[in-house]
Design a protein around this ligand. Structure first.
Ligand code: MF3
Ligand code: CO
Length: 266
């Protein structure tokens, strides 16, 4: 499958899909506290996705059994919600979810603190989020895809963190995973030239220790090989002639986080 350029009508549907998804995340964020199970988060998430007219796109994707991926502490991504996984003070939890609205997919992820967390955990979360913003300085027409990858990777590595290589970001639209693949680490090749109308899910997955990951016996849950903490931050974005539109991030949040200057034209 080649990289698709979305029409004005498709972009409107992508915007709406992403706006609905961001609303669901705000709702789920309010549930995160010691004592809640990841199963309850998934149940509520699926209910809310359907209530707003969406369809959960992760549910049954390659056999994945839930709507919301819930990954705790050393779990990087694709953790499976369970009644017996109860959040406790000091945990960090990554939620990753998406939905389909009128045929168009959205995808986003955030890592949240459960109560009071250590400064080390907070820093990992902050750097992971900032690595996304460092990357999207290059998410502009005329730049090349791997400039995003290089900026994310260089920023995270400058803190001594591990950048996961086994999983990458992706194009998104009428399918959850479209071309191109979007690595978060430094690449020798330039990658494709970015064009207005491309919609991309950019999603750094960063470990406080090694970049190496392993799969648990459930064949889904990805954990850091050294059991260090991991964080995940993902948005669906739209390439335009100017600044990228961050479709899963409302203006309020964006003004809080987006301090980075756009990269120079190439
Ligand atoms: N959110 C993942 C991604 O960003 C996809 C999850 S697939 C699932 O690509 F099966 F785990 F749901
Ligand atoms: Co994704």
């Amino acid at each position: 499958m080649s990289v698709t350029i979305k029409s004005a009508r498709e972009i409107e549907l992508m915007r709406e899909s992403c706006r609905l998804l961001e609303g669901i995340f705000s709702h789920l964020a309010g549930m995160i506290e010691p004592g809640i199970s990841t199963w309850e988060i998934d149940r509520e998430g699926e209910k809310e996705i359907r209530a707003c007219g969406g369809v959960p796109n992760f549910l049954h994707y390659n056999g994945y059994p839930a709507s919301i991926c819930t990954s705790v502490n050393e779990e990087v991504v694709h953790g499976i919600p369970k009644k017996k996984t109860i959040l406790k003070e000091g945990d960090i939890i990554s939620l990753d979810a998406g939905l389909i609205y009128e045929g168009y997919h959205s995808d986003m992820a955030r890592t949240f603190a459960v109560g009071q967390i250590t400064p080390e955990a907070q820093k990992l979360m902050d750097v992971t989020r900032q690595s996304f913003f460092e990357g999207i300085r290059y998410a502009r027409a005329g730049h090349h895809l791997h400039e995003i990858s290089n900026a994310i990777g260089a920023y995270a590595e400058s803190f001594g963190y591990g950048v996961v290589r086994d999983l990458v970001g992706h194009g998104i639209g009428t399918h959850l995973h479209e071309d191109p693949q979007i690595p978060n680490f430094i690449m020798k090749s330039r990658g494709i030239r970015l064009q207005p109308g491309m919609t991309l899910a950019v999603e750094p997955m960063i470990s406080a220790g090694t970049w190496e990951v392993e799969w648990l016996d459930d064949d889904w849950t990805v954990v850091t090989a050294d059991n260090s903490l991991a964080a995940h931050y993902e948005n669906t974005i739209l390439i335009t002639e100017g600044d990228p539109e961050i479709l899963t991030l409302s203006e309020d949040w964006k003004s809080l986080y987006w301090h980075t200057e756009p990269a120079a034209e190439t």
